[in-house]
Design a protein around this ligand. Structure first.
Ligand code: 5GP
Length: 204
C-alpha cells in the first residue's frame, strides 16, 4: 500500500513573510514537496499568472466552490476570499507526496480540525516592531490599514498554540532551512515509521 504524504501547513501573522519564505523554498531544486495553489477572488498583481500563483476566480465562482465542498478550508482576508482546493490535496497525499500549504491563520485552524495529523508550522516575526516595519515599508498601506493589520497580527500571534513548531523569520534562508529540517524530522517520527517495521516482524 502506498504510504500517504505529509500535509505541511505554513501559517503565521500577516506581514511575517510567509509568501517570501514559501517562494524561496520552492525555488530550491532539492525541495521535494508539492505546492498547493490556492483559489482567490483577489485581482492578480502585476506578473502574477492564473494557475501558477493562484487560481483567480470571481466571487460567484468561489461561492460555488464552497457550496460544492471543493475547498479544504477558506477564509476572507482583507475583503477577498482565499481557499485550498481539496481534491488536489487529497490526491497528492494519496500518491505519497508531501503537500505544502501557505495560508493565513483562520484557514490553518480549519485544516487542523480536518487533518489533525498534519504538520503545522507557525512563522514568527523576530519582534512586533519588526513586523510593523515590514508592513509600513511595503508602502502600499494607509495608517488605518497599518493599525488594523497590527491588531490582527497580535491576535494571530496568540494563535501559536495550535501549531506543532514555531520558526522565526529572522532571515529567509534560515527560516527555509529550519522548515525543511522539521519536515525531515517529521518523516522520521516513530508513529509514522513503526508500522513498516512491525510489518517486517510479522513477515518473519
Ligand atoms: P496575498 O493576497 O498577499 O497573496 O495573500 C494574502 C494572505 O492570504 C496571505 O496571508 C496568504 O498566506 C493567505 N492565503 C493564500 N492562499 C490562501 C488559502 O488558500 N487559504 C487561506 N486561508 N489563506 C490563504
Amino acid at each position: 500500500m502506498q504510504e500517504k504524504g505529509l500535509l505541511i501547513v505554513l501559517s503565521g501573522p500577516s506581514g511575517v513573510g510567509k509568501g517570501t519564505v514559501r517562494k524561496e523554498i520552492f525555488s530550491q531544486a532539492d525541495t521535494a514537496f508539492e505546492y498547493s495553489i490556492s483559489v482567490t477572488t483577489r485581482k492578480p498583481r502585476e506578473g502574477e499568472v492564473d494557475g501558477v500563483d493562484y487560481f483567480f476566480r470571481t466571487r460567484e465562482e468561489f461561492e460555488s466552490l464552497i457550496a460544492n465542498e471543493k475547498l479544504l478550508e477558506y477564509a476572507e482576508f482583507v475583503g477577498n476570499y482565499y481557499g485550498t482546493p481539496v481534491d488536489y490535496v487529497r490526491q497528492t497525499l494519496d500518491n505519497g507526496k508531501d503537500v505544502f500549504l501557505e495560508i493565513e491563520v483562520k484557514g490553518a485552524r480549519q485544516v487542523r480540525e480536518k487533518f489533525p495529523e498534519g504538520l503545522f508550522i507557525f512563522l514568527m516575526p523576530p519582534s512586533l516592531s519588526e513586523l510593523k516595519n515590514r508592513i509600513v515599508t511595503r508602502g502600499t498601506e494607509s495608517e488605518e490599514v497599518i493599525h488594523n493589520r497590527m491588531l490582527t497580527a497580535r491576535e494571530e500571534i496568540e494563535m501559536m498554540e495550535l501549531y506543532d513548531y514555531v520558526v522565526v523569520n529572522d532571515q529567509v534562508e534560515l527560516a527555509c532551512e529550519r522548515i525543511k529540517a522539521i519536515v525531515v524530522a517529521e518523516h522520521c517520527r516513530r508513529e509514522r515509521v513503526e508500522h513498516r517495521y512491525k510489518k517486517l516482524l510479522e513477515a518473519e
